[in-house]
Design a protein around this ligand. Structure first.
Ligand SMILES: *[C@@H]1O[C@H](CO)[C@@H](O)[C@H](O)[C@H]1NC(C)=O
Ligand SMILES: *[C@@H]1O[C@H](CO)[C@@H](O)[C@H](O)[C@H]1NC(C)=O
Length: 228
């Protein structure tokens, strides 16, 4: 019983340490290339289809609108500057997120509004994007996003996600040389710099046999503080 209890505590402490250690910085660029509105064709009375995007909500978890588990609490970012879709596309909005790793699989909820002259601005619908996207210097292919079956708005969009600050790696959560001696690998792991060992210790362990310290490599055995 005592051992079980210890294990439970150890697991909880490990989970807590891990959640505290979560970090990362990234920027997601959302570019709206074209917009189609299946109700208003904008030809007859331009004011009626003056569209803009109000809120964008980035979340790795939330469920499709209308589903039972629907959770739209924007765990990563909620961005509320109007993005005008009426005057010239493409338009790009940059979502900057700090202290969070890039989730790769993400959901983006985009609130499309209609400015009209008859009453208050109308909320038309939320277009939801569920994508998997790797960090890249290139924008993704342009794709059409429309809520099925009865979505009114089609947004043609492309995305780009890049790490910001010093962060690197597929989740933008690796800081090279952060309190250790390593570089970040493409697959998310780390590689020790020459002269350092032990990735599970963030390469803090010096390998005293590398470099000119040791008289002969064949006889050199590195131990934690020196060589013999
Ligand atoms: C992201 O990168 C991984 C590993 O390189 C690859 O397997 C995967 O297909 C990529 N996903 C996308 C959406 O490009
Ligand atoms: C590497 O570091 C880990 C974590 O500090 C430690 O438990 C382990 O003993 C080290 N391995 C070696 C070979 O020194």
């Amino acid at each position: 019983m005592g051992t079980l209890w210890h294990n439970v505590v150890a697991v909880l402490v490990a989970a807590l340490l891990q959640s505290v250690a979560v970090t990362g910085n990234f920027q997601l660029e959302v570019q709206v290339v074209r917009v189609r509105d299946s109700v208003d064709d904008c030809g007859w009375w331009p004011e009626v289809c003056d569209l803009y995007i109000d809120e964008m909500c980035l979340d790795p978890q939330f469920e499709e609108p209308g589903s039972e588990e629907e959770d739209q609490d924007c765990s990563l970012i909620e961005y509320e500057n109007n993005l005008d879709l009426e005057s010239g596309l493409p338009k790009t909005r940059t979502l900057s997120v700090t202290n969070q790793p890039w989730p790769v699989d993400f959901h983006l909820r985009i609130e499309v509004m209609d400015i009209d002259t008859f009453n208050n601005d109308d909320h038309i619908e939320d277009v939801v994007v569920s994508e998997s996207l790797n960090t890249s210097s290139e924008f993704s292919e342009e794709m059409d996003y429309r809520n099925t079956p009865n979505g009114r708005i089609t947004l043609s969009m492309r995305f780009r996600v890049r790490c910001s600050g010093e962060y690197e790696g597929p989740h933008c959560d690796c800081l090279p040389h952060n309190d250790g001696h390593y570089s970040c690998r493409e697959d998310g792991g780390i590689s020790c710099l020459p002269g350092y060992t032990n990735t599970s210790n963030l390469c803090r362990q010096q390998d005293y046999c590398v470099g000119e310290v040791c008289p002969s490599e064949e006889t050199c055995v590195s131990n934690p503080t020196s060589y013999t």
